[in-house]
Design a protein. Sequence first.
Length: 373
Amino acid sequence: MNKAKVELFKFVAGEVNEYHLMVHVTDPTLTYTQQVETLLTAYDEALASLPGAEAVFKRYFLSDAANQADLLLAMTTEGTSCALSLVQQPPLDGTKIALWAYLLQGDVQMKALSDGLFEAKHGDYRHLWTGSNTNQAANSEYQTRLLLNDYVMSLMQEGCTLSDNCLRTWFFVQDIDNKYAGMVKARNDVFVTQGLTDKTHFIASTGIGGRMANPASFVQMDAYSVNGLQPAQVHHLYAPTHLNRTSEYGVSFERGTMVDYGDRRQVFISGTASINNKGEIMYHRDIRKQTYHMWENVEALLNEADCTFNEVGQMIVYLRDMADYAVVKSLYDERFPDKPKVFVYASVCRPGWLIEMECMAVKAQTNAAFSSY
């Protein structure tokens, strides 16, 4: 009996093809070891059907990182073969592990760099991914400050800066109701030193609840930057009819970012919830209405990038209350039956938000002003 499910998104265009894989275990009665083996086998089989494709970034969603991370790392060799993220955000289907993998196929040179970044190089661009960055400083503010400062130094070694080259970040915060403020303060402070303000721009981001294997790590950061971009290639998305600027309520991230290459447009939608353009939570305590309003907000951001949900390659859906899973899954299955997606248990940064989602999209285009991806 098949005990795993693989969801695949393909973007086949130009010299480099992109794929998103979501791999799920379908039998929650298996032991953790059996679930890992089942998931890895399903992933390997999917990879065999995509000859030449290689993973650039993987994120494993775990139900109990403290007891699961070591075994997972021992059973895989991905520490040097791609950027790797492990986070405790339990899959809401009752299993212990799920996987999102982003892969490239084509003339792409990939290697792990000495500064902790993973490089995927093609043509004029060096795509730099990193995951599972943590430390054990005294509190969430100090940990975030150190994470960002270390990342700035790593980017400098690659001829990059946070403001010019970083396109996407993720911050996973343990006990987010109490530790999110420290993360926000540190990010705001460091961004100012790097020329990232409400008068310039911020970075697309998700700040969400999550735990790491080490309980002394309160914040984990994953990030993506590109070396070789021209300023004209990057545009930020605002959808002002639906959303306000995040700086209006004291945080510093962009709602979304689009990047134009010669052969495609990539779109990164930040963690998005049921909010209006005054920064107010919409539809308190109503998971259905919050889901519909969140979709409307995401769609407005995608439309600003001349995209729709048709171009979306993956979705990560975060629920604050696991009791909402059945309702939300039925809504997504009805509207997005074939989209690679994962539902995980993770508290959103404001208690009133019951649900948040993020996604990535890609659309073919021809733009002679820029080099191909």
